[in-house]
Write a protein that binds this ligand. Structure first.
Ligand code: HEC
Ligand code: HEC
Length: 374
């Protein structure tokens, strides 16, 4: 009797526990495998960069061929504040189309409100720069360059890990990454692909339709008198009187209006080469003689990119000209072409008119470079 009761109790306990077990076994979805597969077709359209021959050969890395889909993705990323920690700042916040993709502030302000160290550079004809990006040339390619702003504390102040997470979760980007790069799963969205897309977009930003192109490089019309006088001053290369000419073309010559070299153009008066506030190129290669040297900037669209120089110290082109006309400060590594020269008001105006001929409004208004979210 007792035995029977005992076995009944045991049996029911067993039964109960087994039903319990069943409950526990039922999948509690805490770590469910979500579907990481990206649905969509990968069939990219190759893109041929078009530019006049005189601009030379565009530099396109072999592992980042341009496609319509890659460029469009890059444009979106360029204008999307998703790349910044609090989703308030995009590349385009500091690289504004109407200023030839530069910043009208002398020094850009990042997401934290802190001020950066240098003037944001215009983005124009970057595909042709063989000599490193940033004022000091510290990044060899556009892909490498684009890795920096996201994690720069004075700029977007995010982490790549977090940005990758945001993009993988996004409703639109995974498909675009698949269409551009053929990836199959969301975790394959990485910073390497983000910067490839950005670089593809940036390589399309070509300006070759300024009056400078039409008049002086393609001879489609005659220059105005002021343009012609300005040009002669800018490109004046006397063999006998080295001291008396502006010499702009020594450094800003050619179709790119720069030779892409690193030079000290005589802005700062320092007693010792270690005393430059911003070491520029010397800060990259630790060569003391390169302290205070910066990459000669292209002057394309220069009338739209004030303020001027790496620190935005000059507000107007007239101020820039006054600085050059005054000559340098005799600092040891100042370039030999920085010499005082006489400059009448008329000559100053002519040089400004000539520099205004570098403005390409069809470039800054090109629909392909505008904000796709508007
Ligand atoms: C907070 C403002 C700011 C943001 C945001 C920003 N930049 Fe810049 N950018 C700058 C400044 C300032 C420089 C020059 C810095 C230096 O020389 O050290 C620069 C330089 C560059 C250059 C070098 C151009 C040349 O001729 O060498 C490129 C290219 C560029 N930025 C692209 C980007 C891209 C792409 C993004 C978005 C991922 C971005 N920037 C976001 C301010 C900004
Ligand atoms: C020795 C080489 C050299 C010569 C000669 C020279 N420049 Fe420059 N130029 C530079 C360098 C280097 C910079 C950038 C310096 C910096 O930011 O610290 C610069 C910057 C500029 C800028 C500012 C561009 C910007 O985006 O901020 C303008 C404008 C300019 N130069 C015009 C001229 C004109 C006009 C002449 C002739 C009167 C001239 N330059 C002669 C090397 C030169």
């Amino acid at each position: 009797m007792y035995w029977r009761l005992f076995s009944l109790v045991v049996a029911s306990i067993l039964l109960l526990s087994s039903s319990c077990e069943k409950k526990v076994e039922k999948p509690e979805c805490t770590n469910c495998p979500i579907d990481e597969t990206i649905q969509g077709i990968y069939n990219p359209t190759p893109f041929t960069l078009e530019a006049p021959q005189y601009l030379g050969q565009a530099i396109i890395p072999e592992d980042n061929p341009m496609t319509e889909q890659g460029i469009e993705l890059g444009r979106r990323l360029f204008y999307d504040p998703i790349l910044s920690i609090d989703s308030t700042q995009a590349c385009a916040s500091c690289h504004q189309a109407e200023h030839s993709f530069s910043d009208p502030l002398a020094k850009s302000v990042g997401v934290t409100g802190a001020t950066g160290k240098r003037n944001a550079m215009p983005l124009v004809n970057l595909a042709f720069n063989p000599n490193g990006f940033f004022w000091d040339g510290r990044r060899a390619s556009l892909e490498e360059q684009a890795l920096d702003p996201v994690e720069d504390h004075l700029e977007m102040n995010d982490t790549w890990e977090n940005v990758e997470k945001k993009l993988r979760r996004h409703s639109d980007y995974p498909l675009r990454f698949r269409q551009a790069f053929g990836i199959e799963k969301k975790p394959e969205i990485t910073k390497e692909l983000v910067v490839k897309a950005l670089a593809q977009f940036e390589r399309t930003m070509i300006s070759a339709n300024a009056d400078f192109d039409k008049v002086f490089l393609r001879a489609e019309r005659f220059p105005t008198d002021a343009e012609q006088r300005g040009k002669l001053l800018f490109f004046f290369e006397p063999s006998d009187n080295f001291d008396n000419h502006p010499g702009c073309s020594h450094c800003h010559g050619g179709q790119h209006l720069t030779d892409f070299s690193f030079r000290n153009n005589g802005l700062d008066d320092v007693g010792d080469l270690a005393d430059f506030e911003d070491l520029g190129r010397g800060g990259v290669n630790n060569n003391r003689f390169d302290n205070g040297k910066f990459r000669v900037p292209s002057l394309r669209n220069v009338a739209l990119t004030a303020p001027y120089m790496h620190d935005g110290r000059f507000q107007t082109l007239e101020e820039v000209l006054d600085s050059y006309a005054a000559g340098g400060h005799g600092v040891l590594n100042e370039d030999a072409n920085i010499r005082a020269f006489p400059l009448t008001e008329q000559q100053k105006m002519d040089l400004v008119v000539f520099m205004e001929s570098f403005t390409d409004t069809s470039f800054i208004q090109n629909p392909a470079f505008q904000n796709p979210f508007k």
